[in-house]
Design a protein around this ligand. Structure first.
Ligand SMILES: NC(=O)c1ccc[n+]([C@@H]2O[C@H](COP(=O)([O-])OP(=O)(O)OC[C@H]3O[C@@H](n4cnc5c(N)ncnc54)[C@H](O)[C@@H]3O)[C@@H](O)[C@H]2O)c1
Length: 336
């Protein structure tokens, strides 16, 4: 396998590349623009491998994309490059439109040109796996009607709307040009090396610095939490066994409200880092503060995962508790 990974210096992309280099024989080219969200340290221990190479370019740069396809000659593309933070998309949507929509368009075109010139088995076996999010389905208001892969999209934020747009382009490139694509729709990830702007790392770091822990609104927003290495295994399962043109929801059923997540982090810090507790409080939970809610904040995400369970050999290995413990321990020992 020769896999072109876009966004491989990000949180999930770097976990994917660590897996590909350590657990498989794949040759990997990491195509990443190294934006603020990238963390090259997350590739330490694999970036020295002769099976790893890096191209620092934007997916909006079609020349650079064509060149990497010509020179690297991938057997598959795993597309993770994206602007990924909802709050940033509310402050300024343009980078989300450019990278997530326009960038995906350029990647699709470069892939199409390359794939059109392949022949025989190489053409038949080629795949483009596009990594999307459960946020494209929007708020789930009725738990009796959890979105399946055929449910309509109803994105709420500029981030989720840009991801939904990209998904539509990917589907259209399959339908119109026959490009062998698959789409995954993953739930909220957590684990080592996640950027400090995201909920779990931000709460761990603020707590050990003795800062207040701001929770949007009443904290009752519910998410399905997926440990990052379980997401990686799901992506690998889809790449290997998924059907061309199909989408796969990836989630765990570990539904937690934001306030419950933050309380569990506080409990773990009480156990694992009691000395980090600031003076004047008797429990980390006393740092929690409720702040004005984010506009358009979806209350609940949930997806039906029966398709991936019944058609592919995947189920999560980590529970929320085991994954959170590993995550907190990692942040404590890596001084992020
Ligand atoms: N984090 C989650 O909870 C989650 C859940 C489901 C799906 N996803 C999707 O998975 C993918 C990866 O998410 P993540 O959390 O690792 O994101 P991330 O923000 O941690 O990493 C994104 C990576 O993409 C790179 N990048 C950004 N713009 C680029 C461009 N124009 N050209 C090339 N590279 C560019 C960044 O440098 C970074 O390394 C995204 O597509 C995201 O939508 C994320």
């Amino acid at each position: 396998m020769r896999i072109l990974v876009t966004g491989g210096a990000g949180f999930i992309g770097s976990a994917l590349i660590r897996h590909l280099i350590k657990e498989t024989e794949a040759v990997v080219c990491n195509y990443d623009y190294l934006t603020y969200a990238a963390n090259p340290d997350a590739l330490q221990g694999v970036s020295e491998s002769p099976r790893y190479s890096m191209q620092e370019h934007s997916i909006c740069d079609s020349e650079a994309l064509h060149k990497v396809f010509r020179e690297f000659r991938p057997t598959a593309v795993m597309h993770l490059a994206a602007e990924s933070h909802v709050d940033r998309s509310i402050d300024s949507a343009e980078p989300f439109i450019m990278t997530n929509i326009v960038g995906t368009y350029h990647l699709l075109e470069a892939t199409r040109l390359y794939w059109n010139r392949l022949e025989g088995e190489k053409k038949d076996n080629f795949r483009l796996l596009h990594v999307s999010t459960d946020e494209v389905y929007g708020d789930v208001t009725d738990m009796e009607q959890i979105p399946t892969e055929t449910s309509p999209y109803a994105p709420s934020s500029p981030y989720s709307a840009s991801k939904a747009s990209a998904d539509h382009l990917v589907r259209a490139w399959h339908r119109t040009y026959g490009l062998p694509v698959m789409i995954t729709l993953g739930s909220n990830n957590f684990g080592p090396y996640q950027h400090a702007e995201k909920l779990i790392p931000s709460m761990i770091q603020k707590a050990i610095r003795g800062e207040n822990l701001p929770i949007y609104g009443n904290g009752e927003q519910t998410r399905d939490w997926l440990y990052v290495s379980d997401h990686v295994l799901a992506l690998m399962a889809v790449l290997k066994e998924g059907e061309i043109g199909e989408s796969y929801n990836i989630a765990t059923g570990h539904h937690k409200t934001n306030i419950a997540v933050v309380r569990e982090i506080c409990e773990l810090l009480e156990e694992l880092a009691p000395k980090a507790k600031p003076h004047g409080i008797s429990h980390f939970k006393e740092l929690i503060r409720f702040v004005k809610d984010r506009p358009g904040h979806d209350r609940e995400y949930a997806v039906d995962t029966s398709k991936i369970h019944s058609t592919l050999d995947w189920s999560p290995k980590e529970s929320f508790q085991t994954g959170l413990r590993k995550t907190v321990m990692w942040y404590l020992s890596n001084n992020f």
